[in-house]
Write a protein that binds this ligand. Structure first.
Ligand code: BTN
Length: 240
């Protein structure tokens, strides 16, 4: 495995994309700071120097593109377990790809894929964790937090990265060998921030409201809408 560490990089996902073709499977790109960190839905991702873990994992699995989103769930489960074990912070997974503590976001995941209809060339799993931030700009105060704020003391990023990568490797390998997400889903269900809750979901142009019935064996969210109908979601923006 190769780990590339940068003092400053525009975005570890962008850099990973640039090198992906020649990079070996499992390459990890880490930036002390990102000058152009990207979030989902074209948003910016604030990535100040030394305050977080801004990293991407380059993967080259032989799976169809439709299975790509499972990597996001493997990453979410790994981060959630690692912050509990290595940082002692009680994180929950807000399906499909956020980790929250006390309702505020500490981690976001941005998975990007390249390939054709039936074959993935490479997958980039971008993980952003607010670790040592002491405060947030006004506009994020109510929605974002850091591990340090929650724990009340500094968290060692190296230990946490090692723990995340170890978890990721275990869950990823289990999935590749057995083609089941069961170990990942066990964590996702155990630490779910949405199971059984009434949530609002933005799905494309639509806004839905309903109760989360289950996260099925494919990792899809089963919701009972207000009119009683059930809907299975592959992705979406969920608010509790
Ligand atoms: C989100 O919740 O919107 C996803 C945020 C993903 C941020 C990470 S930080 C490392 C990687 N590089 C990026 O530019 N984005 C991801």
């Amino acid at each position: 495995q190769e780990i590339l560490l940068f003092d400053s990089v525009d975005s570890t996902n962008n850099y990973s994309k640039k090198i992906a073709k020649d990079a070996i499977h499992g390459t990890v790109v880490i930036g002390e700071e990102q000058t152009g960190g990207r979030g989902r839905l074209g948003r910016n991702w604030s990535s100040p120097k030394g305050e977080g873990i801004w990293m991407s994992i380059i993967l080259k699995p032989s799976i169809p593109p439709t299975e790509g989103m499972k990597m996001t769930q493997i990453a979410a489960a790994s981060v959630c377990k690692a912050i509990r074990e290595a940082a002692g912070v009680e994180g929950y997974i807000k399906w499909p790809n956020d980790i929250v503590v006390g309702g505020k976001k500490v981690c976001g995941i941005l998975t990007e894929m390249a390939g054709e209809l039936n074959k993935i060339d490479y997958l980039i799993v971008g993980i952003g964790i607010n670790v040592n931030n002491q405060s947030f700009p006004e506009e994020f105060k109510d929605i974002a937090t850091s591990l340090t704020i929650e724990k009340g003391k500094k968290i060692d990023r190296k230990t946490l990265i090692a723990c995340i990568l170890k978890e990721f490797e275990t869950l990823y390998q289990h999935y590749i060998d057995r083609r089941t997400l069961d170990e990942t889903l066990e964590i996702i269900r155990l630490y779910s921030a949405v199971l059984g809750k009434t949530v609002r979901i933005i799905k494309g142009e639509q806004e839905l409201k309903g109760r989360v019935l289950e996260i099925n064996d494919e990792g899809l969210l089963k919701v009972q809408l207000e009119d009683g109908k059930e809907e299975l979601l592959v992705s979406g923006e969920v608010s509790i």
